[in-house]
Write a protein that binds this ligand. Structure first.
Ligand code: ADP
Ligand code: ASP
Ligand code: MG
Length: 440
């Protein structure tokens, strides 16, 4: 049985990283299907090739000459090819890309060329066959990923190829044009390929030794997570833990394929194993992870006897739906409800929305509170052990952080608190200290 291995942008940022990647692939002959991202940052202030391509597309759309705008992109690939000593020229590909740009190709096409070209280089270096993702990964006419058709077509292609490189991040629309997933979407491609290949494992190679309990940019050297369940991971990635694209678990979850997050720069570290369920595996800490996001707003409504008013919630939700606003959380009291939404969803329609809510639900008090951050404390161990919430609140109150909202998922897998954005980083640190440092 095969393994599908996806390498992120930093793992393929330059020739030296390519060498590490090839060594990893050659170390295990089950690593048959390789999904590369586009070359990422080589150093802190470097620009990812994907971003260079978006910039190039903008510049060409504004009338700049293609060859000039594309130069920073081609330099990245030409350098990798030269330093690896490959007998490969991407000249024909550059010409085709130039022609497509001149024909008005869209920005999805532009961005997708990052993984496309990197796939060609990596396949050449490894001596693997290159399979263009546009031949096996499909979207429907509404632009939604089409899992059934993809699984059937890609499965049939891979059946005939024992080893192949399939570039991440994009697929084809029914008319053959290119569409990308959202940013970070190569993780999703890896998952789709793992399902189509019937792989026994999806290895996701990145620049950290697996999922860490908290974002390493906020907490100094956070502890690693050895095992995490699909559901826990889903909560953490939805709430902004950036290691894995938030949709990446769906294809493998439906096929029961575990994911192993590994570090290209420290390949012998065990990394994090993501499994369907971990009931029989004891966890080191009470919580599995902490993640959070900023830029939320709370639509806060007070109305006497709201609870006994027939259809109150339905009317409120209908108004929000009509404005294309999706409630993230809805903590309710007897006479109060606040609907937490993504602040950007309110852009350009605050006044209209306020008026509509006033007309339809006639609140006694109505207010939109901005600048809210949400933090999720996630852990399968919470269910069986009392006092998790108390410890979260104690940690925050001790640090003088005001809690503006509390929500606990019905699965008892997470506790979500809303706080002021200015307290965001500090809140994550004190929760980390409370659960991890004090248990070490
Ligand atoms: P790749 O380019 O390999 O896809 P990403 O940059 O998308 O890698 O994801 C890895 C990065 O995610 C890490 O370098 C780290 O900065 C960030 N990150 C955020 N939250 C976490 C977390 N909880 N654990 C580990 N890394 C995290
Ligand atoms: N290269 C794309 C991005 O930067 C996709 C990915 O890296 O997963 O978003
Ligand atoms: Mg990524």
């Amino acid at each position: 049985m095969s393994k599908v291995v996806k390498f992120g942008g930093s793992s393929l940022a330059d020739a030296n990283q390519f060498k590490k990647v090839a060594e990893i692939i050659r170390a295990d002959e089950e690593r048959c299907y390789i999904v590369p991202s586009a070359p990422g940052k080589r150093f802190k202030d470097d620009t990812k090739v994907t971003d260079l391509l978006y910039q190039c597309h903008e510049r060409v759309s504004a009338g700049e000459d293609f060859a000039k705008a594309f130069k920073p992109v081609r330099e990245r690939y030409d350098e990798i090819i030269k330093e690896l000593g490959l007998k490969l020229s991407l000249e024909d590909e550059y010409v085709k890309i130039g022609a497509a740009f001149r024909d008005g190709a869209n920005s999805d096409y532009a961005a997708s060329r990052g993984e496309y070209l990197n796939g060609i280089v990596l396949a050449n270096y490894l001596g693997y066959e290159f399979v263009d993702a546009a031949k096996g990964i499909f979207f429907d006419s509404k632009g939604e990923f089409d899992g059934d058709i993809t699984n059937a077509c890609l499965g049939a292609i891979l059946e005939k190829k024992p080893r192949a490189v399939i570039p991440g991040f994009y697929g084809a629309m029914p008319d053959g044009s290119i569409k990308t997933f959202s940013r970070g979407g190569s993780d999703f491609t890896g998952s789709v390929v793992a399902k189509a290949a019937g792989a026994k494992l999806y290895e996701n190679w990145t620049d950290v030794s697996g999922f860490l309990v908290a974002d390493p940019r906020i907490v100094d050297k956070p502890a690693g997570i050895e095992v995490i369940t699909y559901s826990e991971l889903r909560e953490l990635s939805y709430m902004g833990a950036g290691v894995l694209h938030e949709d990446a678990i769906f294809p493998v979850r439906s096929a029961n394929i575990p994911i192993n997050i590994k570090n290209t720069n420290a390949p012998s570290d065990p990394g994090t194993l993501i499994v369907p369920s971990a009931d029989d595996m004891s966890a080191k800490y009470l919580i599995t992870g902490i993640a959070g996001k900023k830029e939320f707003s709370a639509i806060s409504i007070e109305k006497d006897r709201m609870n006994s008013e027939n259809g109150f919630m339905r009317r409120l939700l209908q108004v929000l739906e009509n404005h294309g606003i999706f409630p993230e959380h809805m903590p309710t009291g007897i006479d109060t409800v606040s609907v937490v939404v993504n602040s950007h969803d309110l852009d350009g329609q605050r006044e209209k929305l306020t008026q509509r809510i006033r007309d339809v639900v006639r609140p006694d008090h109505f207010e939109i509170i901005d600048g809210l951050a949400l933090i999720a404390v996630v852990g399968r161990g919470m269910k069986s052990k009392k006092g998790t919430a108390t410890r979260v609140f104690a940690a925050l109150s001790h640090a003088d952080i005001n809690i503006r909202m509390i929500d606990q998922g019905s699965s008892e897998l997470n506790i979500i608190v809303g706080i002021d954005e200015k307290d965001f980083e500090n809140a994550i640190r004190v929760i980390y200290d409370m659960f991890i440092l004090s248990e070490e």
